[in-house]
Design a protein around this ligand. Structure first.
Ligand code: ADP
Length: 242
C-alpha cells in the first residue's frame, strides 16, 4: 500500500537492448518529497532506468508504481512525471514567461491561473526581471532554471533530472545544484537526479543509489555510503573520485 516510504516503487526491472541485458533485476523505493541521486559510471544504466520511469523506453519486464498507481503501461503523458535533460530545449521563439506557461496553456488553464502560476515560478527561480527575455539572451544557468521551472509549474508527482548540470561551467554548476535543492525543499517535490559526479550527488541528495553495470550496488544516505560502503565497487568508486 502507499505510504511515503514507497512513493515510487520499482520492482524487478529488467531491460535488454538487442539481447544484451543492461538492467538486471533492479528494485528500489523512493520516499515522497526527497531528492535521490542515481550515481554511477557512464554506461551503468542510470539514464535507461530514468527513461523507463518516464515511459520512454521500449519493452521491459518489471513493475513501476507511483503514488499507489501502477504506471508500468501508461503513456508518458499520463504519468504526471516531468523530465529535464542536459540540454534545456527551450522554445527559442518564446519568451521566458511563455516557455514556462506553455504546458499550462496545453492544459487549457485560465489566463488568470497561468499568470499567477508563472509569476510565482519566476519568483522561485529568481528570474522575475527576465520574464520577457528570449532564451538566446539568457546565460546557460538561467536557461536551465527556465527549463526546470517549465516542468515544476505543472506540479509533477516526480521530477527526473538527467545530468542537468553537465553543460554548465563549474561555478554555475554549484550554484544551480544548490538552487535545485532549494526548489525541491520549498516546493516539496520528489526528485531523481542522475549524475556521474559523486561530489554533486553527495552535496544535494537525501538518498543516493549507486549503480554499476545495470545493478544496484547500494542505496542510502551520503553519510551511510561514505562510512559503510557495502561492496568493493562502492568503496572503490567513492574512494577514487574524491
Ligand atoms: P548511464 O546513463 O549510466 O551512462 P545508460 O543508461 O545510458 O547508462 O546505458 C546503459 C547501457 O545500455 C550502456 O551499455 C548503453 O550502451 C546501453 N544502451 C542504452 N540505450 C541503448 C539503446 N537505445 N540501444 C542499445 N543500447 C543502449
Amino acid at each position: 500500500m502507499v505510504n511515503t516510504d514507497n512513493f515510487l516503487s520499482v520492482s524487478h526491472l529488467n531491460i535488454s537492448f538487442n539481447g544484451n541485458t543492461v538492467i538486471k533485476d533492479l528494485s528500489f523505493n523512493i520516499k515522497k518529497g526527497t531528492l535521490t541521486s542515481f550515481l554511477g559510471p557512464s554506461g551503468s544504466g542510470k539514464t535507461t532506468v530514468l527513461r523507463a520511469i518516464a515511459g520512454l523506453n521500449q519493452a521491459f519486464a518489471g513493475q513501476i508504481m507511483l503514488d499507489g498507481q501502477d504506471i508500468t503501461n501508461l503513456q508518458p503523458n499520463q504519468r504526471n512525471i516531468g523530465m529535464i535533460f542536459q540540454s534545456y530545449a527551450l522554445f527559442p521563439n518564446l519568451t521566458v514567461f511563455d516557455n514556462i506557461a506553455y504546458g499550462l496553456r496545453v492544459q487549457k488553464k485560465s489566463k488568470a491561473e497561468i499568470e499567477k502560476a508563472v509569476t510565482d515560478m519566476l519568483a522561485v527561480i529568481g528570474l522575475t526581471e527576465r520574464r520577457d527575455y528570449y532564451p538566446a539572451n539568457l546565460s546557460g544557468g538561467q536557461r536551465q532554471r527556465v527549463a526546470i521551472a517549465r516542468s515544476m509549474v505543472l506540479e509533477p508527482k516526480l521530477l527526473l533530472l538527467d545530468e542537468p548540470l553537465s553543460a554548465l561551467d563549474a561555478k554555475t554548476r554549484v550554484e544551480l545544484r544548490n538552487q535545485i535543492k532549494r526548489y525541491q525543499q520549498e516546493l516539496g517535490i520528489t526528485m531523481i537526479f542522475v549524475t556521474h559526479d559523486q561530489t554533486e550527488a553527495m552535496a544535494i541528495s537525501d538518498d543516493v543509489l549507486i549503480m554499476s553495470l545495470g545493478e544496484l550496488e547500494q542505496q542510502g544516505s551520503a553519510m551511510d555510503i561514505y562510512t559503510n560502503p557495502k561492496t568493493m565497487f562502492v568503496a572503490d568508486f567513492i574512494g577514487n573520485h574524491n
